[in-house]
Design a protein around this ligand. Structure first.
Ligand SMILES: *Cc1c(COP(=O)(O)O)cnc(C)c1O
Length: 377
């Protein structure tokens, strides 16, 4: 039998009655835009992450975009980020006319390398063409970036830190939750993310009340006192009430699901230990707990392993096959092969195996067995 890569149906079976009921409640009250569920969700998200404000919005991409709009990023600005991420992270920088500056990653955590970040900021400052404005750190695969090292560098240079927590909502870093690790954070409720809805959705989190006020305005066409009094350029960036109602149900079991993900990840990690000569895993630093959006491995035998897994009914995926500095969309930035060698190397060797809270022990065993027989042969 084929194992699903992410089993959304298993979660739905678990929550079906409550989700159908909560959708019915919205159909009955009819406040489809900014209904009471949206406000309730914002208060619960802020509390969960330990942030003063949560502003829900239409997607993770819009959350990133709105956060940069709130920081008034524009033409002539440099925003530093990792090339080993989904296109949205850097796309929003370019959308606002600013320039993404890619900084290579740490080979163990796959997150931006703080030492290289400092170097990159210094060279942009020295060159003097762009104004260094901010950093977008990505919590790749659910593992928070190293904010205790990133924050002092950013502060020293006067830059803001935007946490791309699209994959990491629910993760922990040195006693704090993802979403509360930068000056402002963006997360995504795309269905396949650890906390997903049944459509597009996202949220911005920040302790900065003034920024939160601005973001609420940006979310509704730059509204001032009301919707028809517009004080800045904004967009239509709201989360639907029905999605908020679904998310409230999913949030109520989210911590249990995070614990189940952790259990699955530990079983994989224990089982792969014996193949340490052939497989490298994302290393999880002390004090960090991943939200396990993906369970990823590195191998020189990637192609053969993925073929063997697929043959056995185990789907695989590659996040991400092309680092952003090598994407056609950013060709105008003039990066060359070899500029960010760690990202390039990891993109070649990485692949992900099924990961979700409802993965049965038997499925885990079957997946591990494919690795065992591949390496035993
Ligand atoms: C999914 C994702 C996004 C975008 O989220 P959407 O809700 O799909 O717009 C941004 N950054 C990262 C790292 C992501 O994984």
């Amino acid at each position: 039998m084929k194992i699903p890569f992410i089993d959304l149906k298993a979660q739905f079976r678990h929550l079906e009655e409550r989700i159908r009921q909560s959708i019915d409640t919205v159909l009955d009250h009819g406040q489809f835009i900014m209904g009471p569920e949206v406000l309730e969700l914002e208060s619960q998200l802020a509390e969960f992450a330990g942030s003063r404000n949560a502003i829900t919005c239409s997607s993770g991409t819009d959350a990133l975009l709105m956060a940069l709009m709130g920081k008034e990023v524009g033409r002539g600005d440099a925003v530093f980020t990792t090339p080993f991420t989904f296109i949205a992270t850097a796309e929003v920088i370019s959308l606002l006319g600013a320039t993404p500056v890619f900084v290579d990653i740490d080979p163990q955590t796959f997150n931006v390398d703080p030492a290289k970040l400092d170097d990159a900021i210094n060279s942009v400052k020295q060159e003097g063409k762009l104004k260094a404005r901010g950093v977008i750190a990505v919590d790749i695969f659910g593992l928070p970036a190293d904010y205790d090292r990133i924050a002092p560098i950013a502060e020293q240079h006067g830059l803001f830190v935007l946490e791309d927590a699209a994959q990491s909502f629910g993760a922990v870093y040195n006693g704090k939750r993802a979403g509360a690790l930068g000056d402002v954070a963006a997360t995504s409720f795309f269905p396949a993310k650890p906390l997903g809805c049944y459509g597009d959705g996202g949220a911005i989190l920040t302790d900065d009340d003034e920024l939160a006020r601005m973001l609420r305005s940006i979310r509704v066409h730059g509204a001032g006192e009301d919707k028809y009094h517009n004080v800045r350029i904004g967009l239509n960036g709201r989360l639907d009430t029905i999605q908020a109602a679904i998310l409230l149900q999913k949030l109520s079991v989210f911590q249990e699901e995070l614990d189940l993900r952790q259990k699955v990840a530990l079983q994989f990690t224990d089982a792969f230990e014996q193949w340490a000569n052939h497989l490298a895993l994302q290393s999880i630093p002390n004090g960090s707990r991943s939200a396990w959006a993906q369970y990823s491995l590195l191998s020189e035998h990637k192609k053969e392993l993925c073929a063997a897994l697929n043959e056995a009914g185990v789907p695989t995926a590659v996040y991400y096959p092309i680092p952003l500095h090598q994407q056609g969309a950013f060709a105008h930035l003039g990066y060359r092969r070899g500029d960010l060698p760690v990202s390039e190397h990891i993109a070649e060797q990485i692949f992900s195996i099924p990961m979700h809270p409802y993965l049965h022990d038997a499925d885990i065993q079957n997946i591990v067995e494919v690795f065992n027989s591949y390496f035993n042969d």
